[in-house]
Ligand binder design. Structure first.
Ligand code: UTP
Length: 234
């Protein structure tokens, strides 16, 4: 049994309030949890961005906008927990310590954001350290790490494998404002570097990609690691 921490982007799980992939993720997550200890950190998605947009238009400061974003991530986490039913611990963990405690139940532990000034990727990266994860997975809307945003730049260079310092060089170019969008936030990238925990970045718009990667090793993804050691399947 391995320990897995997944950062499940809100833009993947609940891109908009009338459009979500929760039902499709249920069998994927329960299949992984049948074999491994599983933690899922859920993002805010379009809902968070909408609320943050309203806060900003009202002249509300960025820190408060972040707090609003955190509430939306916890709302999304509550939806996922409820949909998972018996397979999940019934409460959203509001700190890393709480997540560790909830894991004693052997159920899937779900959490959202915790602190202003970061995203749920950073929450997940630190959680991976705290629970000594074997792998940290970032489920996003692209099939891995590119040197530029592949949705904007046609010639963006793709990395099948890269080192943590290469990752920091790439994501360090992005800014940090509430609701900002980057493949991984810089805090998360720095934690990946210091923790030496391998990071897998994959496209979760097809939910099965996640279970395929972890359970069979079939993965159209980028792997961030210092070593060439085989990481997938678990
Ligand atoms: P997300 O983690 O969802 O950000 O948090 P994201 O990069 O937009 O990711 P996707 O779209 O879900 O994949 C939403 C917002 O909530 C606040 C930030 O403002 C963030 O942009 N937040 C979240 C925090 O301030 N702290 C946290 O720990 C988590």
């Amino acid at each position: 049994m391995k320990t897995v921490v997944i950062s499940l982007g809100g833009s993947i799980l609940i891109p908009e309030l009338d459009n979500n992939r929760i039902r499709d993720y249920l069998p994927v997550l329960t299949r992984i949890a049948a074999k491994h200890r599983l933690f899922v950190v859920v993002g805010g998605g379009g809902g968070a961005r909408d609320y943050i947009g309203i806060a900003r238009s009202l002249g509300i400061d960025e820190g408060t906008a972040d707090e609003i974003g955190i509430l939306v991530t916890r709302l999304n986490a509550t939806l996922l927990i409820s949909a998972l039913g018996e397979a999940a611990y019934p409460k959203v963990a509001e700190s890393h310590s709480e997540a560790k405690k909830f894991a004693e139940s052997k159920k899937i532990v779900v959490m959202g954001g915790i602190t202003p000034g970061q995203t749920t990727d950073a929450v997940a990266a630190v959680l991976a350290e705290r629970v000594h994860a074997d792998v940290f997975v970032n489920v996003t809307s692209v099939n891995g790490i590119y040197d530029k945003d592949p949705k904007e730049f046609k010639g963006a260079k793709y990395f099948k494998t890269l080192t943590p310092s290469q990752l920091i060089g790439i994501v360090g170019k992005g800014g940090l404002v509430a609701g900002s969008h980057n493949v991984l936030d810089i805090i998360a990238a720095r934690v990946v570097e210091r923790s030496h925990i391998p990071l897998v970045v994959l496209d979760g718009t097809t939910p099965k990609n996640l279970s395929d990667a972890l359970l069979t090793g079939k993965c159209d993804c980028s792997i961030v690691s210092e070593t060439r050691k085989k990481i997938l399947p678990l």
